[in-house]
Structure formats: structure tokens, C-alpha cells
Design a protein around this ligand. Structure first.
Ligand SMILES: [Zn+2]
Length: 313
């Protein structure tokens, strides 16, 4: 375990927020979330170091599950119903808003590569790269002819000012060397390049309500618990500036937090199984909950944020 100073302001004084454990795979350990007294960044501290954290990413970790069939279906629907995707989730249309024929794009933390595959189908002429530290996923993607690397961004040595878009879906909260990674994102981006990424929103009511059972808390792999304010500060520190913050129309965290509570409860196994199925996320839930999700997004209380950032020149 390592204890760190605040990555935004280097302060070492924190106030205790909550303590919790791994609710995804029930791997041992208890972890504290603390808040920087100076800049209000919430972080998991102390935290497992870069080597210790690997055991919290087992092979059955969801982002490592390759599902190109689903990716293909999504790509087809995206192409056909652009207008619909613009309504339901702004994140989904980012790749379609770029009209460039030959863009260089990079996804950090590409996992099983499902998003990369969608991009490949939507933009066959783009030069698409991906990076992830999961060697198994990267080896599989290489067999599919994808341009991917088992590394972290810092050690990839991409040419400066060469990338049009860097994507990072639910990844920045996982990165140990966050300042180095963000300044590397800045270095590889072209002057008019975009950094498009998503993060959980620790300022939403969801964290206050579900506390240690909040699905998006994901201790200990979520090292930081950002808000609009703290993500803007850390981007700024590394030469990037927020262009837009989108509150995603999503109540996925709510369903999955309820599932965690059900699983921890004293209910009979059969009931737990039933609730777990009922609370699984699917397209029907998505459509039924869209009105609530929209209200939460408008009132800036969504549990998930998409951020578009520019290089500060
Ligand atoms: Zn701080």
C-alpha cells in the first residue's frame, strides 16, 4: 500500500469520507476514501501500489470481455439512427461528429477493444490505436489485426502533436500516475485535438445516498472520485482545459448499486439471484428510465460525466 499527497495541490492533509471494500469481485481489503482539505479532491488513500492493484483486475473483469457482435450491432444502429443517439447519450455521437477522413485516434484503457472495433467499423480509414495494461486482451486484439499495445500511455512514446482524438472511457479514475498521464495526453494531441473521456460523478446524489455501496465507487481500483470541479483543476494543472461537461443520461449506477445492496443482504440465495437478474442492465431498462435519467442529467445529478477537453495553447 502507498500513501500519497494530493495529486492536484500536493497537500497531505485529508478528511475522512468513508471506508469500503471491493464490491465487484469481493477481493479482500478495506479502503478509505478521503478528501483533500485544500482542493476537495476525493481519493482512495492509502491505495494499493501499481503492482498490488493488479489482483483487483481479475480475468473476469467486465471491461476485459470481448463482444464484437454487440459492438457491430451498436455501430450499425449508430450509423442508421444518429439523431436517436444524439438524444439518448451525447458520448455516443462524439466519433460521428468528426468529419475528417483520416484521423489519428487513440483509446487509453481500451480493455477488450469493443469501442475500438466500433470505431473501426464506423471509420474504416481512420488510424486507430489502443493501449491497455491487460496483456491477455491486447494479445487477442492483435490477432484481430488491431493496432494495440500492452503498455501504459507514458511508455508508449507516441510522436508529439500527432493525435486528433484521445478517448478514455471510465479510465482516468484508475490511473496511478495521473499527472504524468494527463500531460502525456496533452503532448500527443494535435493543437486542435480533443480529449474525450468519461468518469463517475462523485458530486451526484448517488454517492451520498448509496455511500460505500455506490457502484461507481469501485474500491480500490478507483483511485480518485472526481467532481466537475476537481477534474477541471487536474486537467488545468496539466495544460488541458474543459470545453464541455456532459451529464450522461444514465441511471445504470443506481440499478447496479441496488444490486450490490441486495447481494450483501440476508435474503435467501434464490431471492438474491432473482433480484440480481431483475437489476441487470438492459435496453428495456434504459428506455423505461430515460425520463428520470434526463431529469437527473438536466439537474446535473447524473452519476456519470463525459468530458471534452482541449489542449491549452
Ligand atoms: Zn488537493
Amino acid at each position: 500500500m502507498e500513501k500519497i499527497n494530493c495529486p492536484i495541490c500536493d497537500n497531505s492533509k485529508f478528511t475522512f469520507v468513508l471506508s469500503g471494500s471491493d464490491t465487484l469481485h469481493n477481493i479482500e481489503g478495506n479502503f478509505n476514501v478521503v478528501k483533500c482539505e485544500k482542493c476537495s479532491l476525493m481519493l482512495t488513500n492509502p491505495r494499493p501500489d501499481f503492482y498490488e492493484i493488479k489482483k483487483y483486475y481479475p480475468d473476469d473483469y467486465t471491461p476485459y470481455k470481448l463482444n464484437f457482435n454487440r459492438a457491430e450491432k451498436i455501430a450499425k444502429i449508430r450509423k442508421k439512427y444518429k439523431w436517436f443517439f444524439r438524444i439518448i447519450d451525447p458520448k455516443m455521437t462524439l466519433d460521428l461528429n468528426t468529419n475528417q477522413e483520416n484521423a489519428n485516434v487513440l483509446e487509453i484503457g481500451c480493455g477488450a477493444g469493443n469501442f475500438l472495433y466500433e470505431l473501426k467499423l464506423l471509420h474504416p480509414k481512420w488510424n486507430i490505436m489502443g493501449v491497455d495494461f491487460n496483456v491477455k486482451s491486447i494479445d487477442v486484439l492483435k490477432k484481430y489485426g488491431m493496432n494495440v499495445f500492452a503498455s501504459d500511455l507514458i511508455n508508449l512514446n507516441i510522436e508529439s502533436s500527432s493525435v486528433d482524438i484521445v478517448y478514455g472511457w471510465m479510465i482516468m479514475e484508475h490511473v496511478h500516475e495521473i499527472n504524468k498521464t494527463l500531460s502525456e495526453v496533452r503532448r500527443v494531441l494535435k493543437d486542435d485535438g480533443k480529449f474525450c473521456f468519461s468518469i463517475p460523478n462523485a458530486k451526484s446524489w448517488e454517492l451520498r445516498f448509496f455511500s460505500k455501496n455506490w457502484f461507481a465507487l469501485q474500491l480500490p481500483t478507483h483511485l480518485y472520485h472526481f467532481t466537475e470541479n476537481t477534474i477541471s483543476k487536474i486537467l488545468e494543472k496539466n495544460g488541458l482545459e474543459v470545453e464541455k461537461i456532459i451529464h450522461q443520461k444514465s441511471v445504470t449506477n443506481i440499478f447496479l448499486s441496488l444490486r450490490i445492496i441486495a447481494e450483501k443482504s440476508f435474503l435467501p440465495k434464490i431471492m438474491k439471484k432473482f433480484l440480481s437478474r431483475l437489476l441487470s442492465w438492459n435496453i428495456v431498462c434504459f428506455i423505461l428510465t430515460l425520463p428520470i435519467a434526463s431529469i437527473l442529467a438536466i439537474s446535473k445529478q447524473s452519476g456519470r460525466l463525459t468530458i471534452i477537453a482541449n489542449k491549452k495553447l
